[in-house]
Design a protein around this ligand. Structure first.
Ligand code: ADP
Ligand code: TRP
Length: 317
């Protein structure tokens, strides 16, 4: 089974990215042939600073390696190191009905957030389909918000196969039901566009955790933990016993949000401090990082070339 996922280097990764996307990829690492790429072409839809894009691409690679990506088990590469995806995206574009893209929530959402309506943003799902189909992926771990893009991918694969013969597999999204939407410091979905994130290696983690919005129920009163952001975030980091203890504390009364926040912060450090140590080590050795990315690029490109040989023959190029 071939598993592939991508993430955009469009800012620093946060807790929502870790629990919503990275972790399920690490959990699957033992189960198949794995590909993980840094979607720098995709990030150009929103990042207009070349230096920042190059730097963020490197930072994402470091974050993944520090948090659990094993380059012996997962082929990690930069999207732009497999330029054939652009070629395939064009072939798919020629089969893509405008209406299919007009219906995409992520495009409408970007418009609603004031982004300029560019062709890149509009055609984003076609490039994403090319990323997936070029590697012949069976399974694509993504967050819930990417479900529709996977449907577009299957649709385009089907259209291509109908027109040119059975070339592409129809990939499935892998969205674990257990992964809910991770709340940010203001209680809405954690997202860099809402400025409510806590980054993976956030120097202001303490300040941000202590600043998570809570209601004003007095300390002495019993509180219902379910749905409370501090408790929901704690669930991600703590053991089932610790979670049950916090729930009991809230329900008993005499337990305030301040204490819960401290426990959340401790649980975060318990998980991430060792990752931080590993990241600092890796960051000191840029040559090794580049070697890992180059090695990944070589393997990924070889795989893409095999697909493109069949595709070009089928389309008459
Ligand atoms: P952001 O919303 O900060 O821009 P992205 O859209 O780049 O994050 O998300 C990258 C990946 O992380 C996607 O697979 C997405 O589903 C997942 N993800 C991001 N934020 C969350 C969240 N709050 N809860 C669950 N998953 C998330
Ligand atoms: N659209 C994805 C996101 O924003 C990133 C992405 C690009 C991706 N191409 C992909 C994810 C292919 C999985 C497979 O999170």
């Amino acid at each position: 089974m071939r598993i592939l996922t991508g993430i955009q280097p469009s800012g620093k990764l946060h807790w929502g990215n870790y629990f919503g996307a990275m972790k399920s990829m690490f959990d699957l690492q033992e189960k198949g042939e794995n590909f993980m790429f840094i979607a720098n072409y995709h990030a150009m839809t929103t990042v207009r600073d070349g230096k920042a894009l190059r730097e963020a691409t490197r930072e994402v690679a470091l974050d993944y390696l520090a948090c659990g990506l094993d380059p012996e088990k997962t082929i990690m590469y930069r999207q732009s190191d497999v330029p054939e995806v652009q070629e395939l995206a064009w072939y798919l574009s020629c089969l893509t009905p405008m209406g299919l893209l007009e219906r995409c929530h992520s495009y409408k959402d970007k418009m609603a957030h004031g982004f300029e309506a560019t062709h890149g943003l509009f055609a984003y799902p076609v490039l994403m389909a090319a990323d997936i189909l070029i590697m012949n992926a069976d399974l694509v771990p993504v967050g819930k918000d990417q479900k529709q893009h996977l449907e577009v991918t299957r649709d385009l694969a089907q259209k291509f196969n109908n027109a040119y013969g059975e070339i592409f597999k129809l990939p499935d999204a892998y969205i674990p039901e257990t992964v809910a939407t991770i709340p940010g410091t203001d209680g809405q979905k954690m997202s860099k566009s809402y400025h409510n994130t806590i980054e993976l290696f956030d120097v202001s983690a303490k300040k941000k955790v202590m600043g998570i919005q809570t209601d004003s129920t007095p300390m002495e009163e019993p509180k219902e933990p379910e749905g409370n952001s501090v408790y929901e975030l704690y669930k991600l980091f703590a053991t089932p016993e610790e979670v049950a203890q916090m729930a009991a504390n809230f329900r008993a009364g005499g337990y305030g949000y301040g204490s819960a926040k401290k426990e959340l912060l401790n649980a975060y450090h318990r998980l991430f401090d060792p990752f931080k140590e590993k990241r600092d080590q890796l960051a000191k050795d840029p040559k090794s990082l580049e070697d890992i990315l180059q090695d990944g690029a070589k393997k990924a490109r070889w795989s893409a070339a095999k697909t493109m040989e069949k595709v070009r023959k089928a389309v008459g190029i």
